[in-house]
Design a protein around this ligand. Structure first.
Ligand SMILES: Cc1cc2nc3c(=O)[nH]c(=O)nc-3n(C[C@H](O)[C@H](O)[C@H](O)COP(=O)(O)OP(=O)(O)OC[C@H]3O[C@@H](n4cnc5c(N)ncnc54)[C@H](O)[C@@H]3O)c2cc1C
Length: 455
């Protein structure tokens, strides 16, 4: 079966979906093929743009400050590459800032009114609280995850659920209290509680997703309010920190109802996978794309390609019951890194499995023949991070991947997100921010290519 499309997007995470929404909004016909879930679904859902300098321990006060530092120091960083279309070196940073600012505005518009609606800006990094009771700098947060402004009268209750082993309320409370005391900042009264909810009658081995589904059901929030109210009264809690379980479909409404019932402010913490906010983000972007007339082919994997001249002319996609020949005018490859499967590591080295593109390291030197183990450090967590995370594709100024000789591989192939080399998202706290800014840019460039082809 053959399928024509203006833009084919390979990969349906943050990068692929934002590329697709951008291109669809510009009027192009879009098909996304997604073989499965990638890192976006696993992420905490907090959109980090620039949190730290690699090796640094003081967070950037704002994404704007972080972007300036990263672009100034790392010429191969994807943010720096966004500035390469600028007319001269002086206007390079302005170009980056404009691109990231526009991407954030687009994302806010697409997510507006959705379960993953976000707030925040490039002017101020938010200190988000995690399920460990630690904090991390991030730029955009889903509205239900935004921590309140504390004052001296605030009393915070960390509330966990019996049978939900992903969150230890007592540990989180102790860690957060110690950190606030060190900083000399409120809240000064912090407590913890264990709630019994037994979603769908299940008393143990409960996942965040099951609790979220339960709370989306009629009566779910009333049951939670009943459980919480005794604890709130006992300690006079003004604020409640919950793991991120306030619902997959209507977290903001669920939160308002709960706040009304217990008369305290609620916010969700950032968590590890399985991540309800990560799923909310993914599903909300899917819905935005479908609203623009885009098509998402789930469980379809791009497995082969044909090139005619300097253009990709066909992409072969398979699923368990059929094979499709996609005939795109432009292609965006946004397969993520090791979780998405856009880059894979074997005993022999790192490879990009679809086009066989060369995988390069942080400074765009070849990794050919280097075993992945040699790109990691003996200590598993360091402030510098592992070189492995910074490996990926080298690209030209339009985000088109480069071949072995450093030339553009194909004029109509663009890349975005975790596949790109030159940044170390776990230490920088820049993962979803890079995916967003490069996704939007790749989508714009892909549409321009379609339009050039029509002239
Ligand atoms: C546990 C964890 C927590 C994180 N937390 C945060 C956080 O709090 N904040 C933050 O900013 N960042 C966070 N990150 C980083 C962030 O999630 C990633 O940087 C970002 O999601 C990358 O997006 P992506 O679209 O490039 O890739 P992915 O989300 O991995 O998407 C890749 C997609 O491509 C598909 N795919 C791959 N190959 C093919 C193919 N051949 N055919 C069809 N489909 C294909 C995959 O199935 C997947 O759908 C976290 C990452 C992890 C792993």
């Amino acid at each position: 079966m053959k399928l024509e499309t203006d833009v084919l997007v390979i990969g349906g995470g943050m990068a692929g979906l934002t590329a697709a929404c951008t291109a669809a909004e510009a009027g192009a016909s879009i098909t996304v093929v997604r073989k499965g879930h990638g890192a976006t679904a696993d992420s905490s859902g907090a959109i980090d743009i620039a949190g730290y300098l690699p090796g640094g321990s003081t967070p950037f006060g704002s994404a704007r400050e972080g972007l300036q530092a990263l672009v100034g120091l790392f010429p191969y960083h994807p943010y720096s590459v966004l500035g390469r279309v600028a007319a001269d070196a002086e206007s390079q940073f302005d170009q980056v800032l404009e691109r990231v600012t526009d991407s954030v505005s687009s994302l806010k518009r697409w997510l507006s009114g959705s379960p993953a609606e976000v707030m925040g800006s490039l002017d101020h990094n938010i200190s988000a609280v995690t399920v460990l009771g630690s904090t991390k700098p991030t730029s955009l947060l889903q509205t239900t995850m935004t921590p309140p402004e504390w004052d001296d009268d605030s009393t915070l209750l960390f509330a966990g659920f019996r049978g939900h082993s992903d969150f230890n309320a007592s540990l989180a409370a102790k860690t957060f209290m110690a950190a606030q005391a060190r900083l000399g900042e409120p809240p000064r009264r912090i407590a913890d509680a264990q709630l019994s909810l037994a979603p769908f009658g299940k008393p143990y081995n409960v996942s965040s997703i099951e609790i979220a589904r339960h709370l989306d059901h009629p009566g779910g929030i009333d049951a939670l309010a009943e459980e919480l109210s005794g604890h709130v009264e006992r300690i006079g809690a003004t604020h409640i920190a919950l793991p991120p379980v306030l619902g997959l479909k209507r977290p903001a409404k669920n939160r308002s109802l709960l706040e009304e019932l217990i008369e305290a402010q609620i916010f969700e913490l950032l968590s590890f996978p399985p991540s309800v906010p990560g799923l909310r983000l993914l599903r909300s972007l899917d819905a935005a794309l479908i609203g623009f007339g885009g098509r998402i082919l789930e469980a379809h994997e791009a497995v082969g390609y044909e090139k005619s001249g300097s253009e990709i002319s066909r992409i072969k996609c398979t699923t368990h019951h059929r094979t499709l020949e996609m005939l795109p005018s432009s292609v965006v490859i946004a397969g993520g890194k090791f979780i998405g499967g856009g880059i894979i590591g074997t005993e022999d080295g790192l490879t990009e499995p679809l086009f066989g593109l060369p995988v390069v390291s942080e400074d765009w030197t070849s990794t050919a023949g280097i075993r992945p183990q040699r790109l990691t450090r003996p200590v598993s967590i360091t402030s510098e991070g592992h070189g492995l995370f910074a490996c990926g594709l080298a690209v030209d100024k339009l985000l088109r991947p480069l071949d072995e000789s450093g030339d553009t591989f194909a004029n109509n192939l663009f890349s975005a997100g975790g596949m790109m080399a030159g940044y170390n998202y776990p230490v920088e706290k820049s993962g979803l921010g890079v995916a967003l800014a490069t996704g939007v840019t790749a989508g714009m460039n892909a549409v321009e290519r379609v339009q050039e082809g029509r002239i």
